[in-house]
Write a protein that binds this ligand. Structure first.
Ligand SMILES: NC(=O)C1=CN([C@@H]2O[C@H](COP(=O)(O)OP(=O)(O)OC[C@H]3O[C@@H](n4cnc5c(N)ncnc54)[C@H](OP(=O)(O)O)[C@@H]3O)[C@@H](O)[C@H]2O)C=CC1
Ligand SMILES: N[C@@H](CCC(=O)N[C@@H](CSC=O)C(=O)NCC(=O)O)C(=O)O
Ligand SMILES: [Zn+2]
Ligand SMILES: [Zn+2]
Length: 381
């Protein structure tokens, strides 16, 4: 029984920006009150992990244990934890849901204020870390999850129990990418039957937005990606058209002009799933005058800013953002799991690569290949 005791296990530690992760044994302390220790079984690598490791995230701090798209089994719980118990199958939530804070009670957002401040500093709500290396140096947490470790500790508001029959190897993707894109289309934008949609960036997030738009019966779903390999993926998830702006535009034509021409004046909804601020501008300006809404999902580096002519907004286009697809993790994850089990939500189709945990640095390399959507790492290997 490891309950109440520190656990020594394998983790991938980010010691320095821009450097590979170091696979080493670390010590994971037992959970304190309102904390949960999870044995992580599977984790995927999201573009945001690479973004933070690259050093451009204003909240990125080192040394830390990255990873936020993971699933596992509760090993032990601290005092006063009531929402999960030992043995539960769980998904870690980088967007907490406490159900009692101003945000949670507002009915207007899935953002939760309960642990966000300490989460952004890489510590648990009491201001300390549960991770240390074998030299005794504290290691920071990441996004309230730190799934690149065989064991992690999270706040109780940052974890949801799921149906144990759902394969953890697949549903770990609901911890970020799939939920984010699908929710952005079905919740944040709330796309309706017959509406038109353009998605910039055909990674897991963009393809999930396409999947959500298709589920809602969108009449036209255009995927824009600079990589032709994404056309086939786009079609598999439901896009009706594909544009590679590097080669599919007429001489002198802009992507905005092309999209406006294809949609009788512009899109009802556009989604940025690239993190590129120039793309964000195009996505806004490709919206229909009077009502088109552009949803920013992509994460941009420290110092990057968006711009457009205010006239674009004066004339009725709307700029919005979406975190974790607007999904409240503890209340709504069950519905997504069920949709996956019913076969109405594609998840397995995003797993293009599988690797043992010890190959985690190769999984970061995989991200740069057009053929890779997600690499799932098995933490038992
Ligand atoms: N708001 C939120 O809650 C979340 C945000 N994110 C963010 O969403 C973004 C997408 O994540 P993910 O799907 O994992 O990332 P990927 O890198 O897998 O997907 C991005 C896609 O956009 C393509 N792309 C890059 N530049 C352009 C461009 N100028 N025009 C069109 N397409 C382009 C990329 O092509 P290529 O590979 O050739 O560069 C790639 O196919 C990231 O910024 C990530 O950090 C992720 C999860 C949650
Ligand atoms: N830390 C960054 C911002 C990073 C960011 O925007 N994260 C997204 C999730 S990305 C998942 O893969 C998000 O949900 N943000 C909301 C939040 O509360 O963090 C910075 O400081 O710019
Ligand atoms: Zn992510
Ligand atoms: Zn809350």
């Amino acid at each position: 029984m490891s309950e109440g005791e520190p656990i020594k296990c394998l983790a991938a530690v980010a010691y320095e920006a821009g450097k590979p992760l170091t696979l080493e044994e670390i010590i994971v302390e037992p959970p304190k009150a309102h904390e949960v220790r999870i044995q992580i079984k599977y984790t995927a690598v999201c573009h945001t992990d690479a973004y933070t490791l690259s050093g451009v995230d204003p909240e990125g701090a080192f040394p830390s244990v990255l990873g936020h798209e993971g699933a596992g089994i509760v090993e032990s719980v601290g005092k006063d934890v009531t929402n999960v118990k030992v043995g539960d199958h769980v998904i870690a939530l980088y967007t907490a849901e406490c159900k009692v804070c101003k945000f949670c009670k507002s009915g207007k957002t899935n953002l939760c204020g309960s642990v966000r401040a300490t989460q952004g500093k890489g510590v648990m709500p009491d201001g300390t870390s549960r991770f240390k290396n074998l030299k005794g140096e504290a290691l920071l947490h990441f996004m309230g999850c730190s799934t690149f470790s065989q064991y992690t500790v999270v706040a109780d508001v940052s974890v949801v129990a799921i149906d144990p029959s759902a394969p953890l190897e697949s549903v770990c993707l609901l911890g970020c990418g799939v939920t984010t894109g699908y929710g952005a289309a079905t919740k944040t934008a709330n796309v309706q039957k017959g509406e038109t949609v353009a998605v910039f960036g055909g990674g897991t997030v963009g393809l999930s937005a396409i999947q959500g738009a298709k589920a809602r019966g969108a009449s036209k779903i255009i995927l824009i990606d600079t990589n032709d390999e994404k056309k086939q993926f786009g079609e598999e998830f439901g896009c009706t058209d594909f544009i590679n702006p590097k080669k599919d535009l007429a001489p002198g034509q802009t992507i905005v002009e092309k999209l406006v021409e294809m949609t009788d004046g512009g899109l009802d909804y556009t989604f940025d799933c690239t993190g590129n601020t120039k793309v964000m501008r195009d996505a806004l300006e490709a919206c229909h005058k009077g009502w088109g809404e552009s949803i920013i999902i992509g994460v941009a580096a420290a110092g990057a800013e968006i711009s457009t002519r205010p006239f674009q907004l004066v004339t009725g286009r709307v700029w919005k953002g979406s975190a974790f697809g607007g999904i409240k993790g503890r209340s709504e994850m069950g519905q997504l799991i069920k949709a996956y089990q019913d076969g109405t939500l594609k998840v397995d189709e995003f797993i293009t690569h599988k690797r043992p945990f010890t190959e985690i640095n190769k999984a970061f390399d995989d991200l740069h290949a057009g053929s890779c959507l997600r690499t799932v790492l098995d933490l038992s290997k």
